[in-house]
Write a protein that binds this ligand. Structure first.
Ligand code: ADP
Length: 634
């Protein structure tokens, strides 16, 4: 029979795995046991349906059978098994999410040891075997199939005989080489130790026939000959899930390896949250804040949710209702006795108990993140780099419902130092007489520090928040204020920083130059609402500011969104002129002497203000011609 080829990607990954000089080959056992346990979970879940009969849950086991003479290790489970199609689909490709992430991690890190930290699945079997045979019969089917492969050169699938439902995997263990000892994977004591280390919490018994010495009948037991060697089946694991264990029994390593295996990550989590609660809701929760964003985190494909167990039985893999969107990056599981085992998904959504748990978890996650921010800023900053955007979206989505929850978790850049600041730190540094939290928007921090609009505020010695991400201004606008200080965009029409006298003076100036400013406004023909004398510019000649709810930066963001509705967003623009700048005297003179030229200058000033904002000049050709004409005059 012709061999089928693995898909190209799978083949590369297999090669990598088989040929790597690799010290943690032992994790193959953990991977296969974990698959067996999943298969049992699936059958367990199936058995909860009353219409399904013929499943005896008390019989669920995973069995290890080493055979030194035959050099095989057999791993058997009486789980759900696989149909022929599933066999092809599952063992013919390594395109599962975990494996793909693993592959990119390998390529990035070039660290071979990374395999050991990763859920690589079934193919890990080839790290210790030169041939693998999988015989399986799916629940509800009379047919059995055998899949066989010697590695990267492909696999075969044939019909087979199998008396009971489940899967049997026979590993033909490699011969020892000069540097590698494979025999160890045939030794009961070694296998026992591996199960203890990696699979202790698996909730089904993992059994193995262990050689034991037994006292011969009628013997006293004082001589070695009084004992005989027999094989006795022994359960190797304690079967207590990690999350049900006492916190003080567990090490960071226990948590980290559990996380990496279960949630397919190659990096340790940034924070582990393990909590048990009784009372209004009784549950154990084991949550993890990843230290980096999964590759698909900011895509539609990403599915948030926690694993949900009812009294130790997995009933849902990604229960979205347990996590608010702002914390969608959190991974983990919840195990509760309060939930009924055969609750349907639809019912679950309305379950009061589940809502109580979700609200507790939300508070818990918030307080843990806050603690991290206070006690381990460096790690928090890393986490924020990955997931801060999600927190900021969280502030402004749902009409600001979660702003109280999130406002103290936010970080921004500011004009104070190179690092980040929280809002509370900013407020703590506010100067006497400073009423507002000032911010300026734009992508480039260097540039923001030099923006003309910021001159007055900087001049007063007030700190500026640099809002460098698209979501930032929407976020602070949703907050509206923080500790009773309102947020103020430095490009806002009125900064409210002038004294009464200054206001009087400005009014007078405005009055005196009314005709000039009116002429300029008209020249710009509706592009700006008005041309005004600026009270915020100190050295710069011009800038744009906005009036009303929508800032120029927000207009940019909204317009960049896909679809046509972006067009409708337009900030009310004001062109501000610095009356103390030499150019202003020129404008005044031109108003009296040469209005054509004044019109040209007005357009040029407007174009410059656009450029400063990072907006496109509407007619670059006209701009260039006008500039050069001016230069020619010199
Ligand atoms: P993963 O477990 O990450 O999905 P694996 O490569 O380990 O990736 O396994 C691929 C798939 O093969 C599993 O998702 C499962 O559907 C199936 N599978 C593996 N082992 C078993 C088993 N013992 N019983 C039933 N199905 C299995």
């Amino acid at each position: 029979m012709a061999k089928k080829q693995f898909k190209a990607e799978s083949k590369r990954l297999l090669d990598l795995m088989i040929h790597s000089i690799y010290t943690h080959r032992e994790i193959f056992l953990r991977e296969l046991i974990s698959n067996a346990s999943d298969a049992l979970d699936k059958l367990y879940y199936r058995s909860l349906n009353d219409a399904v009969t013929g499943i005896d849950r008390s019989e669920f086991t995973i069995t290890l059978t080493p055979d030194e003479a035959a050099r095989t290790l057999t791993i058997t489970d009486n789980g759900i098994g696989m149909t022929k199609a599933e066999l092809e689909e599952n063992l013919g490709t390594i395109a599962k999410s975990g494996s793909l992430q693993f592959k990119s991690a390998m390529e990035e890190a070039e660290d071979v040891d990374i395999i050991g930290q990763f859920g690589v699945g079934f193919y890990a079997a080839f790290m210790v075997s030169d041939r693998v045979t999988v015989t399986t019969r799916a629940f509800g089917s009379d047919e059995a199939y055998v899949w066989e492969s010697t590695g990267a050169d492909g696999y075969t699938v044939k019909e087979a005989q199998k008396a009971s439902v489940g899967t049997e995997i026979v590993l033909h263990i490699k011969e020892n080489t000069e540097d590698e000892n494979y025999d160890e994977f045939l030794k009961p004591y070694r296998l026992k130790a591996l199960v203890k280390r990696y699979s202790d919490y698996i909730r089904y018994p993992i059994r193995m026939a262990m050689p034991q010495s037994r006292l011969k009948e009628g013997c006293e037991g004082d001589k070695p000959e009084d004992y005989e060697q027999v094989l006795e089946e022994e359960t190797l694991n304690s079967m207590v899930p990690l999350w049900r264990k006492n916190k003080n029994e567990l090490t960071a390593d226990d948590y980290n390896s559990f996380y990496k295996e279960k949630f397919h990550d190659y990096e340790d989590p940034a924070r582990v949250i393990h909590s048990s609660t009784e009372g209004a809701a009784t549950y154990n929760a084991l949550l993890f804040v990843p230290s980096h964003a999964p590759y698909d985190f900011y895509t539609r494909e990403y599915e948030k949710g926690l694993q949900l167990y009812a009294s130790g039985v997995l009933i849902m893999d990604k229960c979205a209702d347990l996590l608010p969107d702002c914390f969608s990056f959190v991974k983990g599981l919840v195990d509760s006795q309060d939930l009924s085992l055969n609750i349907s998904r639809e019912m679950l959504q309305h379950d009061r108990q589940l809502k109580v748990i979700a609200s507790r978890l939300e508070k818990k996650i918030k307080s843990e993140l806050f603690a991290m921010l206070q006690n381990d800023r460096e790690t928090y900053e890393k986490v924020f780099k990955s997931f801060g955007m999600q927190l900021k979206y969280g502030v402004y989505s749902d009409f600001g419902k979660n702003k109280e929850l999130l406002q103290d978790l936010l970080l921004f850049s500011s004009s104070e130092g190179d690092g980040t600041t929280t809002l509370s730190e900013y407020v703590g540094r506010m100067k006497e007489g400073q009423e507002c939290i000032y911010y300026i928007c734009g992508h480039d921090k260097e540039k923001l520090a030099r923006m003309p609009q910021a001159e007055l505020v900087r001049d007063r010695g007030f700190e500026l928040l640099y809002l460098t991400e698209d979501v930032d201004e929407f976020c602070v606008r949703s907050l509206m204020n923080y500790q009773e200080k309102s947020f103020k965009n430095v490009s806002d029409g009125d900064l409210g920083l002038e004294t009464e006298e200054e206001k009087e003076e400005a009014k007078k100036q405005e009055e005196e130059n009314r005709d000039l400013l009116g002429f300029m406004t008209e020249t710009l023909g509706g592009k700006v609402e008005a041309v005004r004398l600026s009270n915020r510019l100190k050295t710069h000649p011009v800038c744009l500011s906005s009036e009303g709810g929508l800032s120029i930066e927000m207009e940019k963001v909204l317009r960049a969104m896909p679809g046509e509705q972006g067009e409708q967003f337009k900030a009310t623009r004001i062109l501000e002129i610095n009356e103390h700048h030499a150019i202003f005297a020129t404008l005044q003179a031109l108003f009296d002497g040469n209005r054509d030229k004044l019109a040209t200058y007005t357009k040029l000033l407007y174009d410059q203000a656009l450029m400063i904002e990072g907006l496109p000049v509407e007619d670059p050709i006209a701009f260039s011609l006008a500039m050069c004409e001016l230069m020619g005059e010199a």
